[in-house]
Design a binder for this molecule. Structure first.
Ligand code: RAT
Ligand code: ZN
Length: 421
């Protein structure tokens, strides 16, 4: 059906974006079969590391170690008191908790943590996964799977029950960022490596990667990289990328996902909350994607300053797919600015957002908040076309939104979307 008025257009776009099921291409969520790795519930929501950093700003007299020695419930109580009772929760991470509680139907006027806790105790993980994915309209989530994590490896070892809503991503940060300690972990897993990157060690790293690809069937191989990431580089990281990551991902036909721009542990006392951001050299991205045109790359960058040049680089390299507004960029003002710019430069050949959820319930807020902004930007873009005399069919808008919600990702991978089969 052709859309005749601007009002109709706006209503249809908002409705379509709000209801289109998404593929969430980067999360830290896990299927139920991974046991304790799947986090959910109010105490997990409140102790999200984004909220720990915010709480500490209001508690200058609380020693970090005292905070870490508290139980999870005590930490959650303190965070709730500090960020939700003593102040209004309008930061994006705080607002997220409010959205989640609201979407789960809680009475927010009571602000009664124990009532929320009682609810989470009364449901099973399985029921909760189903409820959240349905409410958030998320059909598939991509996990972050770490073969260097002992607990996680044990889950893979005992043969994990498949839930096709949860797809794997092989995350290899220790291999590229901490070789001086991770080489011995490879050795412990039975690979004949030495710290020195000789031919045999490089062959064994490739064998390690291929074994885990076989085991996990990951959609991509991923790493987060520091803001001073350089390429090419005569370094351990540069050598492993060229000699192992590039040939193995190409042979497996999977993208190499680079998440660039993190400064790890600028405040180690904050633990997971202690990482920061730095501007990176886009030249490194340009050089690696153009050197390997037969490899596929998924790239997101953490600094706001890198966003425009990253989108331009994607225009020049069709093997590069830009994704998401990552971590410190996952705020409404920045999502809007970045999404607008990307759609203007790249049309629909981009993945506007991923959630980075660490706690299942966060799917509700991360996607609600992002959908509202994506819809707003699309209304403007279609509105401009309307003013220029272009008339759209409902089916065309539906197609575009499906592409932005995961279609573009699956086409880039060259795999069918499992949720459609
Ligand atoms: O956004 C986050 O929660 C960060 O702590 C990181 O997990 C980051 O997204 C990453 O994947 O390294
Ligand atoms: Zn992440």
């Amino acid at each position: 059906m052709t859309i005749r008025t601007k009002e109709q257009l706006n209503d249809f776009v908002k409705e379509t974006v709000a209801h289109c099921p998404v593929t969430d291409i980067h999360t830290h969520l896990f299927a139920e079969s991974f046991g304790d790795l799947l986090l959910w519930g109010i105490d997990e929501l409140l102790t999200y590391h984004y909220l720990i950093a915010e709480t500490m700003r209001f508690r200058p007299d609380l020693p970090y170690e005292q905070f870490w020695s508290m139980t999870k419930q005590e930490q959650a109580d303190l965070i709730w008191q500090t960020l939700f009772i003593e102040h209004s929760p309008y930061s994006e991470a705080c607002r997220g908790v409010v959205t989640v509680l609201n979407r789960l139907g809680f009475d927010l006027s009571k602000r009664d943590l124990n009532e929320y806790r009682a609810y989470f105790r009364s449901v099973t993980a399985e029921e909760h996964i189903n409820r959240i994915m349905e409410l958030a309209k998320v059909k598939t989530v991509v996990m972050t799977n770490d073969p260097f994590d002992d607990y996680e490896r044990a889950q893979w070892d005992r043969g994990i029950r498949q839930d096709s809503r949860f797809q794997a991503a092989l995350r290899i940060d220790p291999l590229l960022n901490l070789w001086d300690t991770s080489w011995s972990k490879l050795k412990d897993q039975g690979y004949n490596v030495t710290e020195d990157l000789n031919e045999q060690t490089l062959a064994e790293i490739r064998r390690f990667l291929k074994d885990w690809i076989k085991r996990m069937d990951p959609l991509y191989m991923a790493v987060s990289l520091p803001s001073d990431f350089a390429y090419p580089e005569a370094s351990v990281r540069g050598t492993i990328i060229d000699e192992c990551i590039i040939p193995v991902t190409r042979e497996a036909g999977i993208p190499f996902a680079m998440m660039i721009g993190v400064k790890r542990k600028v405040n180690p006392a904050l633990r997971d909350a202690g990482d920061s951001v730095g501007k990176s050299d886009i030249g490194a991205v340009e050089r690696i994607v153009s050197r390997y045109p037969d490899n596929k790359f998924l790239v997101t960058m953490l600094s706001r300053e890198n966003q425009h040049e990253l989108a331009v680089t994607a225009r020049k390299n069709r093997n590069l797919l830009v994704f998401g507004c990552w971590w410190f960029l996952n705020n409404p003002s920045l999502i809007e600015e970045i999404t607008r710019m990307r759609l203007e430069l790249l049309g629909g050949s981009v993945i506007p957002q991923h959630s980075d959820c660490r706690i299942l319930d966060q799917l509700l807020y991360k996607w609600d908040h992002s959908r509202t902004i994506i819809a707003k930007v699309l209304c403007d873009k279609y509105g401009d076309l309307f003013d220029a005399g272009w008339r759209l069919e409902e089916d065309e808008i539906r197609r575009d939104v499906e592409d932005l919600s995961g279609g573009t990702f699956w086409k880039f991978l060259g795999r069918p979307d499992p949720a459609l089969s």
